[in-house]
Design a protein around this ligand. Structure first.
Ligand SMILES: [Zn+2]
Ligand SMILES: [Zn+2]
Length: 333
């Protein structure tokens, strides 16, 4: 019997519209096999939106994807990143260095350590938050060791030449793209909107497959920000979304509605757990997720629970207190 092997992903490029190419780039993450960068025709070159993550072989995947689109890295005249997560900006330092292009990103990108600097500091803070949330010492230590051992996903020091904020436009052969601030998934998240063609480059704000993630701990209420961003994007009335992961999709409104429904369901689950009994965020996460809560999903699920709790706290539906400075915080309804 042969052991099933995981299909090796490689970079792929395909045209989705005249002047728009999807570059599908592999990721080393379980459950998230690839991300999308987008190439937009612009004069004698392209605007590249997002880059994929930096890891061994990642530039070759990008080159391969661009080559399938009849393009090359040397065509990049401008690099725009939807947000400061490494699967969207990891190769930005290397592409900037290689092509001399400018990089534009939103200024609220402090949630990503800029690379080249001290990577230990944010890790120490995350460990502190985890301890405060009631995560036991042994798995917390294993997690921190793993994080120290894995690469940053960044190809160098992340530099932005221009703030990607409302009012800034990105020129392309399809017309100008406007910057729409869409915080929630990450504080630095923006979407790009092409109003005449009703196109939306939605990054991780709206994905083909509805799934939620909030970069917790940088702003008071990421869930509240995300809901506001859904409203902002709904008012654009886009007819095609080019997402950061998965296929492009046309039923943009239905996706926005499905995101709202999922937010409401998750909040209800946390409310129900709080009604049962007061608890630490760690124990609440275990109770809400049951069997899905394991060592590999724990940090992901815990940061989501903390985001739900922050939102309930902002709405006056939950409160926290620490029995003593050394003990984990207890949440109550
Ligand atoms: Zn992201
Ligand atoms: Zn992503």
């Amino acid at each position: 019997m042969r052991k099933p092997t995981r299909k090796r992903e490689v970079g792929r490029g395909e045209r989705v519209l005249p002047g728009v190419w999807r570059l599908r780039l592999p990721l080393p993450w379980p459950g998230v096999p690839h991300c999308n960068a987008w190439a937009l025709a612009a004069g004698d070159g392209i605007v590249l939106v997002d880059t994929g993550m930096h890891e061994p072989g990642s530039m070759a995947h990008l080159e391969r994807a661009l080559d399938q689109a009849g393009l090359s890295v040397e065509h990049v005249r401008l690099l725009v990143c939807t947000h400061a997560h490494v699967d969207h900006c990891g190769e930005a330092p290397r592409i900037r260095e290689r092509t001399g292009c400018e990089v534009w990103m939103h200024p609220a990108r402090g949630h990503l350590p800029a690379g080249g600097g001290d990577a230990e500091q944010p890790l120490v803070r995350r460990v502190e938050v985890a301890r405060q949330s009631g995560v036991p010492e042994a798995p917390l230590r294993r997690w921190a060791e793993q994080r120290r051992a894995s690469g940053s996903g960044l190809s160098g020091e992340l530099v932005s030449d221009r703030d990607l904020v409302p009012g800034v436009t990105v020129a392309s052969d399809l017309g100008e793209w406007r910057v729409i601030e869409t915080p929630g998934h990450a504080p630095s998240h923006v979407c790009l909107h092409q109003p005449e063609r009703r196109l939306l480059i939605s990054g991780d704000h709206l994905l083909g497959r509805v799934s939620l993630y909030f970069d917790h701990g940088h702003t008071p209420d990421p869930v509240g920000e995300f809901l506001g961003s859904l409203d902002a994007v709904e008012s654009l009335d886009a007819r095609l979304a080019l997402a950061g992961h998965g296929r492009p999709f046309t039923d943009v409104r239905a996706h926005i509605e499905a995101n709202r429904t999922l937010v409401a369901e998750r909040l209800d689950a946390v409310r129900a757990a709080l009604r049962e009994s007061d608890d630490t965020a760690y124990e609440l996460t275990r109770r809400v997720h049951g069997d899905a809560f394991g060592e590999h999903s724990a940090t992901w699920l815990l940061s989501q629970t903390l985001s739900w709790l922050d939102h309930l706290e902002a709405r006056g539906e939950a409160a926290r207190h620490a029995p003593s400075p050394d003990e984990p915080e207890i949440w109550s309804a």
